[in-house]
Design a protein around this ligand. Structure first.
Ligand code: UTP
Length: 601
């Protein structure tokens, strides 16, 4: 058909002309005559126009970048050619010692100059959850969604400030998650946050590419296949929206980048901020010790080609790079069994002054990559369409020699445990010796971090035996939930808990200003204390014995049934209240719970 007949809109005609020049004839071949399928054609052209406007360099730029990267991928070009990897000189925060307390205190004093960026545009293909990941409960004792937990952490940070001001939260959504994220925030009154402190930035999906020539892939006539462009989009959006610059003007000094399902991340935030402040880091990557070869990106100091960068190197690139340069045996363990290159958990603390400078210079465009799955060794065809991607951690590549890029290493279950995989894949990953990263392991680790805090405060913790649920390992207790309103730092936990013990599958939930002195919670029993703002509760010498909460495995029928909430089916169990002791203090005041369990005020 004559190209003028495709549309009467001059802007669309110009875009079609550019696309035809970029060899995308197939997009407009076989169009029906005017009058047939006109709505679908209009929607198709609207999609092309929107993507053209949102991608730096437009659709033609995208196609050209794709051709270059696909040619490199086909030839197997080594992106680190000429670079030698060195250990990145990490700050070790794996021990809860005086230095940890020092960094936490520094970080806590810096809360009022900190804002958070939550990247939540991911499709979650591996998990296959029908809703958004932010709505999944981090624990099913009280069923708290991740977004509610994060919001509670921000509120708690605000309450620690000398002159409280709301902590800004920027959420990056995508076409896949935007409407549901907004609906969830609205339905829950922004989870206690002020609407004005939350900023939503929506990333655009990008077109999938069908072949090495950069042809855009079609799902059907008049419909592109669109896919997420990766979390690296956040930098461009923080620039184009003007939000990064505005936060800097308002006196904020650091941005902390977090992911959608990591219930432990706020455990590490105070100390990580403290490190950034004291060491003057422009860019601070949070990391964990990793076993050589483990499928998690390693942080390395790369020296070569006249440059030195501390960046994330994907695990499948790190080993060959080491073999080709400094270590013929590849990624080998140190005396503690860990790689010299700590595992990146993609939590970043970035200094706003340097960040805005870099955004100004680069417009927030960070390196793209492509990862096609080839049909065979000739590398001429793909198994399925691919697309260009970006990673937010690649921001580090834009930092220069005058900027300080550091790495802070934390104990793994203390700072990171995400939900990535469905139960079948999680079990297979466990069988293969890797971390399952499932709903059950994330919840188990969440309670585990709570137990760690009790132990640090001197409470005796007798852990239950690890068990397998749907062939995925988890520790069923004690299930400890210390709400952010109760404590944000180890020092706060220590000041509120002394002595006592908790055992086996017991449960402890503490919210608000609660103090426990010599409280003993028997195996299977549960103590829940909720203190509203202004209520001060002290529990003394109480021995808690009741039927508590019970972890009940789902039957095969329940696993298959649509009537079972999906957030339970991604774990394989539910938790039922059989007689937990709940104290709810809803009016301010000073209260004591004595050894008999009675409340005396
Ligand atoms: P994940 O690695 O968990 O990827 O992203 P994913 O896309 O959510 O899940 P899969 O790979 O399809 O199974 C890490 C973080 O980055 C966000 C995710 O929402 C998550 O918080 N993300 C990912 C984005 O914001 N945008 C993207 O395009 C991709």
């Amino acid at each position: 058909m004559n190209r003028e007949n495709l549309t009467h809109n001059p802007a669309e005609q110009a875009l079609i002309a550019k696309l035809l020049e970029a060899h995308q004839e197939h997009l407009f071949a076989d169009w029906d005559q005017p009058g047939t399928n006109d709505e679908a054609k209009a929607a198709f052209l609207a999609d092309l126009t929107r993507i053209d406007a949102s991608y730096p360099g437009g659709l033609v730029g995208y196609i050209s970048n794709a051709r270059t990267l696909l040619a490199e991928a086909r030839e197997g070009t080594n992106p680190f050619e000429g670079c030698v990897p060195h250990q990145p000189n990490p700050v070790d925060l794996t021990q809860f010692d005086a230095s940890y307390d020092h960094y936490e205190a520094l970080g806590k004093a810096h809360f009022f100059k900190t804002a958070f960026v939550l990247v939540a545009g991911g499709l979650g293909e591996r998990l296959g959850y029908s809703g958004i990941k932010l709505d999944i409960p981090v624990e099913v004792t009280e069923t708290t969604p991740y977004i509610a937990h994060y919001a509670a952490c921000l509120k708690a940070m605000e309450s620690r400030m000398d002159a409280p001001r709301p902590v800004p939260l920027i959420i990056m959504t995508s076409e896949d998650t935007n409407a549901k994220t907004l609906a969830s925030l609205e339905a829950h009154h922004w989870f206690g946050l002020q609407k004005e402190q939350v900023h939503i930035l929506k990333q655009e999906l990008v077109p999938a590419i069908a072949d090495n020539e950069g042809h855009l892939a079609l799902k059907e006539k008049y419909k592109l296949i669109l896919k997420p462009h990766g979390h690296g989009d956040i930098h461009m959006l923080l620039h184009t929206s003007g939000i990064a610059a505005r936060l800097k003007e308002q006196g904020f000094e650091h941005l902390v980048f977090i992911q959608d399902t990591n219930g432990q991340v706020f455990n590490a935030v105070p100390a990580a901020l403290g490190v950034s402040v004291e060491k003057g880091f422009d860019f601070n990557s949070l990391a964990v010790n990793r076993i050589p070869g483990e499928a998690v990106g390693g942080l390395a100091r790369l020296v070569g080609n006249g440059k030195e960068l501390v960046i994330n190197v994907e695990y499948n690139q790190l080993d060959p790079l080491l073999r080709a340069t400094v270590s013929p045996e590849g990624d080998v363990p140190n005396e503690r069994g860990f790689s010299l290159f700590p595992g990146n958990i993609n939590v970043l603390v970035v200094k706003l002054a340097s960040y805005t400078r870099i955004l100004e210079r680069t417009q927030g465009n960070i390196a793209e990559f492509v990862n096609p799955k080839y049909a065979d060794s000739t590398r001429t065809a793909f198994k399925k369409p691919t697309r260009l991607e970006t990673m937010m951690q690649d921001l580090a590549k834009l930092f220069g020699p005058n900027e300080r890029v550091g790495v802070s290493v934390f104990d793994r279950s203390w700072c990171f445990s995400a939900i990535k995989n469905n139960v079948a894949d999680a079990a297979a990953k466990h069988a293969a010796g890797g971390p399952p990263e499932s709903g059950a392991t994330a919840e188990s680790d969440f309670y585990g971090a709570g137990r760690t805090r009790l132990s640090v405060a001197g409470m005796t913790v007798h852990e239950a035996q690890e068990t397998l649920i749907l062939d995925i390992p988890m520790t069923p207790g004690p299930r400890v939930i210390l709400r952010p309103s109760f404590a944000l730092t180890l020092d706060e936990v220590r000041s509120k808990i002394s002595g006592g013990s908790i055992s086996g599958e017991a449960t402890l939930v503490l919210e608000g200003d609660v103090r426990l002195k010599n409280v003993e919670i028997a195996d299977g029993a549960a103590l829940v204390i909720q203190a509203c703002a202004g209520a001060e509760v002290t529990v003394r010498n109480l021995k808690v014995a009741n039927d508590g909460f019970e972890l009940v495995r789902l039957t095969d029928a329940e696993m298959k049934s649509e009537a079972t909430p999906e957030y339970l089916r991604i774990r394989g169990y539910r938790i039922e209240n059989r007689g937990a002791k709940v104290y709810a203090f809803t009016t301010p005041g000073v209260y004591v719970i004595d050894a008999s369990g009675a409340v005396v005020s």
